[in-house]
Design a protein around this ligand. Structure first.
Ligand SMILES: NC(=O)c1ccc[n+]([C@@H]2O[C@H](COP(=O)([O-])OP(=O)(O)OC[C@H]3O[C@@H](n4cnc5c(N)ncnc54)[C@H](O)[C@@H]3O)[C@@H](O)[C@H]2O)c1
Length: 391
C-alpha cells in the first residue's frame, strides 16, 4: 500500500488521485490531509479514502504521524513554494503542482531548499511528457529539421474564461497568466529545443476584453443584461461557446481587478531567446473559443519544419529539400493529451524506487524564472535576462 499525504486537496489533485495515480497504483490510499476546508476536501475523496484520511494542521505534523510514502501539494499557486520548501526537508517523493513559485523570492527560496535535499519531485507539467511532445522531441533529436533555428509557439485554450469567473481571477494568488499558464509552455519549449530560455521581451494586454465596471459580486442570475450577454449560461449553451453553464461570477466586474491594482491579462506575447542562440515567439490568447483552440509549436531549421498541435492532435514534418511531407496522427481522449497519466506513471515509479521524474524540481524552477522574466518585461517594456538554476 502507498500511503499518500495531500496538502491542499482541491479539484486538481483529487482529480489526479482519482483518475491517474490510482490507475497506476490501485493500492494507493490518502491517509493524511492538510487543508483548512475539511468538509470540501473530504467530499472530494473517493470512498476508499474517506474512512482512513486524517486531517492535520501542518505538514510537519502530518509527516510526523502519518508514516507517509508520498506527498502531493495541490494548493492554489501562491502556496506551492512555501509548502515545497518544507517538503524539501524530508526524503518523501513529492508531486508538486505548478507554478512552483509566483515570485522571485519564492523561486530562489525553493532553489536553495532543494540544493541539498533528498526529496525527489515530480512537477505537474503534463505537456512536456505528452506522447505528442515526446515524439516531436524525438524528431528534433533525429535531425528532422537539422539544427533547430527558430520556434513559434501558440496557446489559445478555448476555456480561458476560467481566469475571470473562477478563483483564478484573484491576481494576488496567480500573479498573472505567464506564471499560471505559460509556465507549461516555456517548460515544454525548453525540453523540445534542448536549451534553456535566457532572455525574454514580453507584452500583456489587460482590461480590454475581460474585467470592467460591473459591480463586485455580480452573478448572471442577478444581472439585467444576462439575456444579451454572450457569457450567460443560457447564451453559452445556445452558442456552444464553452465555459461554466452554471450561474457564475461576472467576467466584466470590478472584482476581476484593474490594470493598476493587478489583473490577469486578456492576451500576452513573448520573444524568447535560448542559450543555444536560437530564438522564437510565444503568444497566449484567453478569449479564443470553439474552433479557434490551438496549442503547440512550429520548429524550423534549414533542413525542415516540424509542427504539432495538441488540439489537432497531430504532428507534421516537412522536408525542405525532398518532396515529402508526412503527418502523424495521435491517439484521442486522453487527459491533458495523455500528459496526466504520464506524470502519474513517473510519480508511482519514483515512489516505488523504479524510475526518475522527467519533470524534476529544476524544470519547475527554471520555468518559473522564465515566467517571472516575462512578467517583469511586460511591466517594464524592457528585455529581461532569465535567472538560471544553479547560476
Ligand atoms: N498541472 C496542471 O495542468 C493543472 C491543472 C489545473 C490546476 N492546476 C493547479 O492546481 C492548483 C490548484 O487548483 P485547483 O483548481 O485544484 O484549486 P482548488 O481551490 O480546488 O484547490 C486548492 C485547495 O487548497 C486548499 N487550501 C487553501 N488554503 C490552504 C492552506 N493554507 N493549506 C493547505 N491547503 C489549503 C483549499 O481548501 C482547496 O481544497 C493551482 O495552483 C493550479 O495552477 C494545475
Amino acid at each position: 500500500m502507498i500511503r499518500l499525504g495531500v496538502v491542499g486537496c482541491g479539484q486538481r489533485i483529487s482529480g489526479m488521485i482519482r483518475h491517474c495515480f490510482r490507475k497506476e497504483a490501485p493500492d494507493l490510499r490518502v491517509v493524511g490531509i492538510v487543508d483548512p476546508d475539511e468538509e470540501g476536501a473530504r467530499g472530494r475523496l473517493e470512498e476508499c479514502d474517506r474512512a482512513d484520511a486524517v486531517f492535520y494542521k501542518t505538514l510537519a505534523g502530518m509527516v510526523k504521524k502519518a508514516k507517509l510514502d508520498a506527498l502531493a501539494i495541490g494548493t492554489r499557486c501562491n502556496l506551492h513554494a512555501s509548502y515545497a520548501v518544507q517538503a524539501a526537508r524530508y526524503d518523501i517523493p513529492l508531486f508538486l503542482e505548478k507554478p512552483v513559485a509566483v515570485s522571485m523570492q519564492q523561486a530562489v527560496a525553493l532553489e536553495r531548499a532543494f540544493e541539498r535535499s533528498k526529496c525527489r519531485v515530480v512537477v505537474s507539467f503534463p505537456l512536456r511528457v505528452t506522447p505528442l511532445c515526446r515524439l516531436a522531441r524525438e524528431y528534433v533529436e533525429k535531425g528532422a529539421v537539422g539544427s533547430p533555428q527558430h520556434v513559434a509557439a501558440v496557446n489559445a485554450v478555448p476555456y480561458g474564461t476560467c481566469y475571470w469567473e473562477e478563483g483564478y481571477r484573484n491576481y494576488a494568488v496567480t500573479q498573472g497568466l505567464f506564471l499560471q499558464k505559460a509556465t507549461h509552455d516555456f517548460d515544454y519549449l525548453m525540453y523540445l529545443v534542448g536549451s534553456p530560455i535566457v532572455r525574454v521581451a514580453a507584452m500583456a494586454a489587460r482590461g480590454r476584453v475581460f474585467g470592467g465596471k460591473k459591480k463586485a459580486g455580480l452573478v448572471c442570475s442577478r444581472c439585467r443584461e444576462a439575456d444579451a450577454c454572450p457569457e450567460s449560461p443560457r447564451n453559452r449553451r445556445r452558442n456552444h461557446s464553452g465555459g461554466s453553464l452554471a450561474d457564475h461570477p461576472c467576467l466584466f466586474g470590478r472584482d476581476c481587478g484593474t490594470p493598476e491594482t493587478g489583473m490577469n491579462e486578456d492576451s500576452s506575447s513573448a520573444l524568447i531567446e535560448f542559450a543555444s542562440g536560437m530564438h522564437g515567439t510565444y503568444w497566449q490568447v484567453f478569449f479564443a473559443r470553439r474552433d479557434a483552440a490551438a496549442r503547440g509549436a512550429r520548429i524550423s531549421g534549414y533542413h525542415g519544419t516540424l509542427e504539432f498541435d495538441w488540439y489537432r492532435n497531430d504532428l507534421k514534418h516537412v522536408r525542405h529539400h525532398a518532396p515529402f511531407t508526412d503527418t502523424v496522427k495521435a491517439g484521442e481522449g486522453m487527459s491533458h493529451f495523455g500528459g496526466d497519466s504520464e506524470l502519474a506513471a513517473d510519480f508511482i515509479s519514483v515512489i516505488r524506487g523504479k524510475g526518475e521524474a522527467r519533470t524534476p524540481i529544476r524544470t519547475g524552477i527554471q520555468s518559473a524564472y522564465a515566467c517571472l522574466a516575462a512578467k517583469q518585461s511586460a511591466e517594464t517594456g524592457r528585455f529581461v535576462n532569465v535567472r538560471q538554476v544553479g547560476g
